[in-house]
Write a protein that binds this ligand. Structure first.
Ligand code: F6R
Length: 242
């Protein structure tokens, strides 16, 4: 079941998301957090950092599992998702970096690394999974056409996704990696609770299709309709077609 919450703006969306995350992390010091990268969750991560600095919560005994990583980008590259997580969250809270997991986009045997990642998720159930949504309805890097029961896998990124992400690579699509490793929809659906954030009118159609369209591989996020505990939080732009 999807509960829809409308926020006035990005800041309110981030605070509403944090109130759900706060409930999980203050009640369970051993929580497993499913985390996303991209522009959308940065405000939520700032709220998490603020409360950590205020002494409200400790992440010392928590575990995190990220959605995805580019293939072939060195981990120290500023746009690798490992770097993103260090810069925007992990460097500012007391989580043990050894307990933070991001898919390995540099593995010699990517297929085995994917299998291992799905197995790891299965043995460490995610208490709350944070998601953004792509303009084409992708969640993590499950692009349109991805089977709804896919485990962690290697994907070729769609042109639209690479164009959207070129803003992080000097606006040059040729610098955006062509492939990524992503948690599959099956892994995402195994989370106990899911919070999906959407900001901006470029997400409005994808949000509409996720909530009102048929469950279909055309809009991978529509699979969330069959999850028991999903909250979608949209700012005004993202909810403009609802
Ligand atoms: C990020 C991820 C992607 C993004 C989506 C939206 O880990 O898996 O699905 O959530 O592309 O990106 P932003 O938030 O940059 O609009």
């Amino acid at each position: 079941m999807i509960v829809l919450k409308k926020a006035k703006n990005y800041e309110e969306m981030s605070k509403m998301a944090y109130s759900i995350v706060k409930d999980v992390v203050t009640n369970n010091p051993n929580a497993t957090l499913g985390l996303a990268t991209g522009s959308t969750p940065i405000g939520l991560y700032k709220e998490m950092i603020k409360d950590y600095q205020a002494g409200v919560v400790s992440y010392k005994n928590m575990l995190s599992i990220n959605l995805d990583e580019y293939v072939g980008l060195p981990v120290e590259h500023p746009e690798s998702y490992r770097s993103f997580m260090n810069t925007n969250l992990f460097n500012h809270i007391d989580i043990d970096k050894a307990n933070t997991n991001v898919p390995n986009g540099l593995a010699d045997d990517i297929e085995k690394a994917c299998k291992d990642y799905s197995a790891f998720i299965a043995s460490h159930p995610i208490d709350v999974q944070i998601l953004g949504i792509g303009g084409n309805g992708h969640i993590a890097f499950n692009e349109p056409g991805t089977p709804l029961d896919a485990p962690t896998h290697l994907v070729e990124l769609k042109e639209k996704t690479r164009l959207d992400n070129a803003r992080f690579f000097d606006g040059d699509i040729n610098k955006v990696p062509t492939h990524a490793v992503t948690m599959g929809l099956k892994d995402i659906m195994s989370a106990k609770k899911i919070v999906l954030l959407a900001s901006g009118s470029n997400k409005a159609q994808a949000v509409f299709d996720m909530l009102n369209g048929p469950i279909s591989t055309d809009c991978p996020a529509s699979v969330l309709q069959s999850h028991p505990d999903v909250t979608v939080i949209c700012d005004e732009g993202a909810s403009s077609l609802l």
